[in-house]
Design a protein around this ligand. Sequence first.
Ligand SMILES: Cc1ncc(COP(=O)(O)O)c(C=O)c1O
Length: 609
Amino acid sequence: MNNFGLDIWSNNNFIINGDEVQVNYKSSPSLLDITDQIRKDGVRGPIILRFPHLIKKQIRHLYSCFNFAIKENFYKGEFKAVFPLKVNQLPHVVNAVTEAGEEFNYGLEAGSKAELILAMGKSIKGSEITVNGFKDKEMITLAFIAAHSGHNITVTIEGLGELRTIIAVAKESNLKVPNIGIRVRLHSTGSGTWAKSAGMDAKFGLTATEILEAVRLLENASLLEKFSMVHFHIGSQMEDIAPIKRALREAGNIYAELKMLGADALSNINIGGGLAVAYEQHPDAKLHNYSIEEFSSSVVFLLGEIMDAKGVSHPNIFTESGRYIVASHAILITPVLELFTQDYNETLLKLKDINPPLVQELQELYTQLTSKNCIEYLHDALDHIESLLTLFDLGYIDLQDRSNAEILVHNIIKKSLTLTSKINTNELKQLQVNLQERYLINASIFQSLPDYWGLKQHFPMMPLHHLQNSAVRGATIWDITCDSDGEIGFNPDKPLYLHDINLQEEDYFLGFFNIGAYQEALGMGHNLFTHPNEYTININEISYQISNAVESKSTLNILDDIGYDKDKLLNKLKTDLLKSTFITEKEKSDTLSKLETFIHQNGYLRTTS
Ligand SMILES: Cc1ncc(COP(=O)(O)O)c(C=O)c1O
């Protein structure tokens, strides 16, 4: 039985029980059951399920690992954390984060004006707010307003220009000055897909010379007592712990040097985000090489060691991990609408009374296939199809012959794979490529898995049911956008196998897991597909509740959002229709009501026929 790498990526959050995937929590509902409940009300497109207990699990584990490491290492500073809003700003996510974070005073990180306003509105009272990214005078003034309104806010400067603006705003206004952090430009770089956030050519941070100049500017403006934080972030989804340790040594030494230079208010080191999530599902795929336990223990130990060596008191440790906190809480579930190679179904074979000799031979190979002869017959079939395609190009066989030949070869390969496991690995890979099935999903990769589209970031995927049957079809996933990039191709080195399903008889649902970080924030409206319907699932000991339903935008609202006047549009559609000739009044009113219904639904497909 294929478990779709559940033991690699699911962190025990999901289990297979019998035929289905279940949430491994309290009453352990099956994902199919939840999906069926939602679809009972007529929902047909993709859905996103949120599990707030998984956000809580991650927040608790982050704090418990760091607090344990602090105790173990006799570290004197505290552990503090903020959630970076850019990772997922949607209301039901931020609410779940702040609710679960309350017991720890978990804060929020903002990287833009809009996120800062959101942080001011949603942060837990007394928790920390950190502000990163490039800022203008308005954004800096907003941070002053936040400080004045009682928020515990630290503005991290990305350049000396920002510091000069802070000094100017402090001079001009009587508003409370926020705490000031400096993002340091490290020569240590990260590793992995998102490792461009550090290194001497990085987009962010101050060089050693600029840091010294910043301290001088702060001192001259009598604001040195506001300089409280050294910040760095070497990249998201850090795969390797070695660069993290190098960066910690560098940033730790900068911190200690600054303390020794008289930055007395400095009391926090912010190590940014970057904790990796297991996205891979194939046993041979490369995973990050550390655990959160190792990560927290290394951070605490190294910082303690550096500070002790320089006689500096231990700083509080801040983290801004986002992916680690929310990736696991959301799943995209989508029905499969169509399987394309059912065109090769044996029932479509239309052999003639007299067939070309090679087609006849293929037919014989197919009917006489056994576990003993199948490798030899398979090679014969592959040889014959090459010749038959050439014969077709030269006009010697017709389209029906070609169709029969393709169906027969497809079925010979398929049957051989079930009859033997002795096919040479390289040949097997190629055969799987030939045999792959295209599963059309009712979703948009651009909207729901943008990091796959942009960066080929793999997300774990698996069917929600049929898990007691073996999945043997090499699978390519096609989405419903009319764009050839909307495809997750079959990779023979990291193959995904799905089930052979007759969709006329039953539904087949696929789940895409660990999509709670960045995907919803980055999702694109390509072809005007929007965010799918979403639901929050709260699980208790005996059952579960579906709440916070947010419907995908209707077609009319999507058009309105991008600047079209929806009333004008609808009127035009109606008048055009009414101008045309109708056979009966009834037909006229039925057609109008169909148009009204379609335009008020979302753009995902509802039927395939
Ligand atoms: C400054 C900063 N902090 C935190 C994060 C969050 O990183 P992650 O989601 O990988 O934990 C980022 C993301 O790139 C970032 O730029």
